[in-house]
Design a protein around this ligand. Structure first.
Ligand SMILES: [Zn+2]
Ligand SMILES: [Zn+2]
Length: 447
């Protein structure tokens, strides 16, 4: 089972991470019959209700079910994605109501003097409202700040793993993403088939960078190779989460008529269809074309190149990547005074806490464990009273959350052999823990 074979490298990437695997449910497509019907999901049970949004007030959302009945759901009990969808709907309705207010001519004059928000801001606005991104602009560029951690679960569905875990990235301040406000048609358009195998080629509306679908070896299609999760993303060597295909799942949040991303040359990337829902026609080799309404723009496709397959617009290439672009941050240092580390793999079952794997007295100099490492530190006892890893056996349906905790300790730990289990460790490290961090990951049986 993939889960058992692959869990060890979860430790490898970093000893201090603040990434948690989000449990947000992703199944929110519009129903095929009635476009206003969507799927509502209860956060705790995962149960679904199909229905159209009617309205929301006093913490409840009214949903018209497909049989015509209107029911009231407690917003708090729905998934974060559902909650955000409602938030956005409320904002949209408010905006429409406000825009119908007649504007006096004096007011119009004042408004005319305020520099208008660039078109590109509309794509990032929904995520700015959710505090996932921040944006600003100067004369030439639009800047987007983010930590590149999307609001959906990550790393689920990968079959060819890169042995990394997502860590928030410092794409802030001088290290923000930069997109030209006025794209310039390139004299020599560069193809992503032969260029840009490093770094990002586009930025998604949620502040997550999008890399070339072809890996840095210049030939592997990351999607076909099974290296991408269910949202088309994964982590790179810097533990930086990024997509490799167009993030069409964002369409629901930005709106069907908005770009879901911007290529780093400044041209927008739309979804599988035109903003009015009509079929996309006549794409060039970079997945782009010009229409009277939008001018030049790219589209998402289900097959290669998936998004902009190069740059119609001007970009500078340095060392195989668009330049300049933000740097990903490496693994963080352990706190000063750290003398040893301990790692525990555990799980809270309804009736008890379970411990599957425990290592302590890992030298402070270690910043990773290689796969199948059995010589670093001391292996403590698992619940079966053996000094080894005990495979987790997920029983029954539903998602189970497991935890990997890493502790930075100000000294080594002395535990009596034969009773060095998780409980003994937790007791022993009470006064010597300088820092700790837990990575949660969710395993859901498919059968
Ligand atoms: Zn990648
Ligand atoms: Zn188009």
């Amino acid at each position: 089972m993939m889960f058992q074979n692959n869990f060890r490298w979860l430790i490898i990437a970093s000893l201090f991470f603040s990434g948690t695997v989000s449990r947000a449910h992703e199944g929110h497509e519009y129903g095929p019959a009635d476009p206003s019907v969507r799927v509502w999901t209860f956060a705790d049970t995962g149960a679904h209700i199909h229905g159209a949004y009617v309205g929301s007030r006093d913490g409840k959302v009214q949903v018209r079910r497909t049989d015509g009945t209107v029911i009231s759901l407690e917003i708090e009990k729905l998934t974060i994605l559902d909650q955000k969808w409602i938030e956005r709907k409320v904002a949209q309705v408010k905006e429409i109501n406000e825009n119908t207010t007649p504007i006096h001519s004096e007011v119009k004059l004042v408004v005319a003097n305020v520099p208008s928000k660039p078109e590109i801001a509309e794509t990032f606005e929904p995520f700015a409202k959710l505090n996932a991104v921040k944006y600003r602009q100067d004369e030439n560029f639009f800047y987007v700040e983010s930590n590149s951690m999307p609001d959906h679960r990550m790393m689920v569905g990968i079959t060819a793993w890169q042995q990394q875990v997502p860590i928030p990235q410092p794409y802030f301040g001088d290290n923000a993403w930069r997109i030209p406000l006025e794209p310039v048609v390139a004299k020599n358009p560069l193809s992503a088939k032969s260029h840009f195998f490093r770094g990002a080629i586009a930025l998604a509306a949620n502040g997550v960078p999008i890399f070339n679908p072809i890996k840095n070896d210049g030939r592997t299609d990351t999607l076909l190779a099974g290296e991408l999760d269910e949202f088309g993303g994964h982590c790179g060597r810097g533990d930086d989460y990024h997509y490799h295909i167009a993030p069409t799942h964002l369409q629901e949040i930005v709106g069907k008529d908005r770009p879901i991303a911007y290529a780093l040359d400044g041209y927008p990337i739309y979804g599988y269809t035109e903003p009015d829902g009509s079929e996309v026609q006549g794409l060039d080799e970079f997945n782009g074309h010009s229409t009277p309404q939008l001018g030049y723009h790219y589209h998402a496709t289900r097959k290669y190149p998936y998004l902009n397959g190069g740059f119609h617009g001007e970009v500078k290439e340095v060392d195989g990547q668009v330049d300049p672009q933000p740097r990903a941050g490496g693994v963080r240092e352990a706190p000063a005074g750290t003398k040893s580390f301990a790692i525990s793999l555990w799980h809270t079952a309804p009736d008890q806490e379970k411990s599957y794997w425990l290592i302590y007295n890992i030298p402070a100099t270690a910043n990773h464990l290689v796969k199948n490492d059995k010589t670093t530190g001391t292996v403590g006892l698992n619940d079966k009273k053996r000094a080894s890893y005990d495979p987790m056996c997920s029983k029954g349906p539903g998602a189970k959350t497991y935890h990997i905790s890493v502790y930075a300790l100000s000294s080594e730990v002395e535990l009596a052999k034969g009773s060095d289990n998780r409980a003994a460790l937790l007791k022993a490290i009470k006064g010597i823990t300088l820092a700790e961090k837990t990575l949660d990951f969710v395993y859901e049986r498919t059968k």
